[in-house]
Ligand binder design. Structure first.
Ligand SMILES: O=C(O)[C@H](O)[C@@H](O)[C@H](O)[C@H](O)COP(=O)(O)O
Length: 287
């Protein structure tokens, strides 16, 4: 049976904050609404940024796209706007669509609009893809760029392989269980050598993307995955619960930082199919 811890004081699900500790699939932080989840995520990022700047003098973070970036808008508000040491941030994207930087599909553009144009991040610390290249060349070029920062130890290096060890990689999971641009049953899931690979056949538009590979994702010090909405309930169940061995192995379940910490930021709609969660929806008193 799953173990849930009630963090709030209210017995009403609407105002609850829940923490679920799984055996080996990380922690789940569950909030009833996306707005509260955004506040929780902002607090988590700010804490990791502070700890990393204290320890290493910099904070190396990789972002994704979608609603995750919209939620990062919370970091532009008090207190984070002033308390986060923005000049120490080095930013990559765990995946990017191979489109121009001004295109509405660009994760860089979305992040720029929501966060980068508002916070004093140093422009040379923002590592976006070269949008004049093909997907294949953009992936090699991005890996080359990342290798320079690993060489300089601006991005730390894993103790067990030569992979970058990001202070934090932020992902979100789709309803098919994909993370970054690593889609179910795609050969990119098996990439072991390259840090950054490319795809030209994404099941979701646009088709051409670059993506961090699992060796990079699983070498990070911290990985957080945002999962919101009822449509992702089954994928979340497959990603974190003790499922049968014959259950489909979705990319979300392959997120498994070897020595890092994994945290899932989840709303109650997405959590509804987790083992034991129905108990909370019943009228029984919380023990
Ligand atoms: O690249 C993409 O096609 C999307 O960005 C996609 O990867 C998205 O991140 C997930 O589908 C979850 O998206 P939401 O969290 O926005 O629902």
């Amino acid at each position: 049976m799953a173990c849930f811890v009630l963090l709030g004081h209210s017995s009403l699900l609407k105002r609850m904050a829940l923490l679920k500790r799984t055996k080996d699939r990380g922690d789940l932080r569950i909030r009833d609404n996306v707005d509260d989840l955004g506040i929780e995520l902002a607090e988590y990022i700010a804490e990791l940024s502070e700890a990393s700047v204290k320890e290493r003098g910099v904070f190396a973070i990789a972002l994704s796209g979608g609603s995750l970036i919209t939620l990062l808008g919370k970091l532009c508000e008090a207190p984070y706007k002033k308390t986060v040491d923005w000049a120490k941030w080095y930013i990559y994207w765990a995946d990017e669509r191979v489109v121009g930087k001004t295109h509405s599909d660009s994760n860089y553009k979305l992040t720029k609009d929501v966060l980068l144009s508002k916070m004093p991040v140093i422009p040379s610390h923002i590592h976006s893809i070269n949008d004049s290249l093909s997907a294949e060349d953009a992936a090699s070029d991005y890996e080359f760029d990342l290798r320079q920062l690993v060489k300089a130890r601006t991005v730390a290096v894993s103790e067990v392989n030569d992979c970058p060890k990001f202070d934090l990689i932020l992902l979100n999971m789709g309803s098919d269980g994909h993370v970054a641009s690593l889609f179910p049953n795609h050969m990119a899931l098996d990439e072991k050598d390259d840090w950054v690979t490319f795809i030209t056949d994404s099941p979701e538009p646009p088709p051409e993307r670059i993506t961090f590979t699992f060796p990079v994702i699983n070498s990070a010090s911290n990985v957080a995955v945002l999962v919101t909405g009822a449509a992702k309930g089954e994928a979340l169940h497959l990603a974190v619960d003790d499922v049968e061995p014959e259950s489909p192995l979705i990319p979300g379940r392959m997120v498994h930082p070897t020595y890092g910490k994994l945290v899932w930021f989840v709303d109650t709609a997405a959590a509804s199919k987790l083992e034991g969660f129905d108990f909370l929806l019943s009228d029984q008193p919380f023990a």
